[in-house]
Ligand binder design. Structure first.
Ligand code: B12
Length: 263
């Protein structure tokens, strides 16, 4: 492998820094020689070169799918990038459970839901349900957590009401559909409604979903954002560490006037 220029990081296709990549998209026309040429010219118009149509197929009446190989010279200054990281120690479920019971001294209460129009439950279930995800057991199985999984298509207001009723320490919001940035609007909706009721500091706020990033979640006002590949123990550990941070603050600061940063 050749020397990599981290000030203009480029995709690796066949050789170092060749800038080659693959993208796919659909066009609302039948597959044909004309459609192929349209796809090629379109990708060139986007500023890419060496455009090769690797795949064209019909995916419904008047729709075609394209997989395209192309190249770019525009990279990113990787050396200067600063991105917030969830960090935290990697701990096993047994270790987290032990720490919660030893240091929090009671189960942590969490309420989770997938809000709005979004009907996807698998992601939230992966984190909360007993069986967990990828060999990592879910929060329901921990002695250190008491979980409520409200399922999908839950109105934001109902999620808040339930969190209050359960005296939740953390709210877990799942957003999977991201068409027209609905995931961001629904995440904002929770923050706005909590703020209106003066409750934004009350809960540890965690969002998750395939198009959620930690950076974006922080910008919206959450404490964390988990994405594809998130494991229940990562989430459990984050919640535990937040609980400890908050318990430390309550011990060292007067109850009135304390403010969480970034919100
Ligand atoms: C299964 C599925 C469905 C099932 C859902 C069943 C169910 N009970 O959940 C059904 C068939 C109902 C469905 C319906 C639709 N779907 Co669908 N669906 C999928 C599919 C194939 C898999 C999603 C999934 O289960 N992934 C597995 C889980 C484990 O992954 P995950 O959600 O990313 O979760 C992980 C992390 O993101 C994170 N996480 C997720 N949530 C949370 C929450 C917290 C608190 C934390 C900490 C972490 C966390 O942790 C999880 C584990 O690591 C995806 C395509 C795909 N391959 O991803 C499309 C997909 C999500 N669906 C899509 C669409 C468009 C729809 C429909 C609108 C289709 C339609 N026109 O009707 C409807 C939506 C209906 C609605 N009202 O929401 C699109 C979304 C596109 C977009 N960008 O918005 C996708 C991407 C398919 C596609 N390529 O077009 N779908």
């Amino acid at each position: 492998m050749g020397k990599i220029n981290f000030n203009n990081l480029l995709p690796y296709g066949d050789t170092t820094e060749d800038g080659a990549f693959q993208l796919s998209f659909t066009l609302p026309v039948e597959p044909s020689a004309k459609a192929r040429e349209a796809a090629t010219q379109m990708v060139r118009n986007w500023g890419f070169f060496d455009v090769k149509i690797a795949h064209m197929s019909k995916i419904g009446v008047n729709y075609s799918l394209f997989v395209v190989f192309a190249r770019t010279e525009k990279g990113v200054d990787y050396a200067k990038l600063e991105v917030p990281d969830l960090g935290g120690e990697k701990r096993s479920y047994k270790e987290i459970d032990r720490l919660i019971l030893a240091n929090v001294k009671r189960p942590i209460r969490v309420v989770g839901a997938c809000t709005g129009y979004d009907a996807h439950t698998v992601g939230l279930d992966a984190i909360l349900n007993m069986k967990g995800f990828d060999g990592d057991i879910g929060l329901e199985r921990y002695k250190g957590f008491r979980t409520v999984n409200m399922g999908s298509q839950v109105p934001t207001e109902e999620l808040i009401e339930r969190a209050i009723k359960e005296k939740a320490d953390a709210i877990l919001l799942s957003k999977v559909v991201s068409q027209k940035d609905i995931h961001i609007s629904d995440m904002r909706d929770l923050i706005v409604r909590l703020k209106k009721r003066g409750l934004e500091e009350k809960f540890i706020l965690i969002a998750g979903g395939p198009r959620v990033t930690h950076k974006m979640a922080l910008e919206v006002g959450f404490d964390a954002g988990f994405t594809i590949g998130a494991r229940p123990s990562d989430v459990a550990n984050f919640i535990y560490e937040q609980m400890i941070e908050r318990l430390d603050k309550t011990e060292t600061q007067p109850a009135i006037g304390k403010k969480k940063s970034g919100k």
